[in-house]
Write a new protein. Sequence first.
Length: 342
Amino acid sequence: MCAPTRRNSGAHTADGFSEARLIGIGAFGSVYKGIIGEGEDQKIIAVKVLNMMRRGAIKSFMAECEALKNIRHRNLLKVLTACSGIDSNGNDFKALVYEFMVNDNLENWLHPTHLEENGVTETKRNLSLLLRLNIVIDIACSLDYLHHQFECPIVHCDLKPSNILLDEQMVAHVSDFGLARFIPRRIDELCTNQSSSMGVRGSTGYVAPEYGLGSEVSTWGDVYSYGIVLLELFTAKRPTDEMFDENLNLHNYVKKALLGGVEEIVDPILLEEGQAVEQRVKTHFRASSSSGNGRVIECLISVFQVGLACSNEQPKERMDICDVVVELSSIRNKLVPRRGRT
């Protein structure tokens, strides 16, 4: 069961929903680390307990259940079960049980200071250029599946680094479908000109600008959020960084750098590994026309161009996510002939 004190559930945390087991706090609830099964069949899980006092919590729970009940993809977080019942105090209780992702979320890899501010200390973790490429391709593949593999496209509506989890092999899994929407394909094709009373859907810095103007939810909104996540992943700059204001945002910051000075905006970790990547390529081909960080910089420019195309202010001018998968896969293949998650 989800906790020793809960009814109508099927998993339990080792010591209940205590702060010691808390691994994340979201808009509508908290996530705890737990255990399901007994003996050799024990499995570590993540339990998202909805805060029923929060406005919209029930709607979020239903949206997530509806979105996840029929989808299966290697880059989407798998839901093991849903729990609904009454707790020991007679209050309504709802929770979702997920696979546990041992390598945390992308937010904490990119911005470890977030962990330090919360009293968590650990060895500095680096994401290599190839691994970052693998991650953005994984995310794009999940969105391609959601947007194109169903009669009614599924729009995630809250894509951001904290909702991208990494498993033992560093494969990315998109999570948290609490704001997800099913939309008729015909409406998706027309919706950017339609107004909505729903208000802004998503998180500050990642939400598509047209949502703020009242446009309906669409797959183009997810593509915008994806573009911002991609730019953040390769610059290590949050879209909400204090350096950005109404005259400068992450999109324009990168766009200006492409005119000259890409090295100035790239996450320094990627430049430090440039020589090593170059040497591996030379060893494979026995020769190379590039030198120094040349091949790495070329790769980064191409990646940034994809991010800019996705985060275009005009929805219809953004890249389709299926084209993103093709383009980024081509960039990765040029960098390293064989794929590896290093």
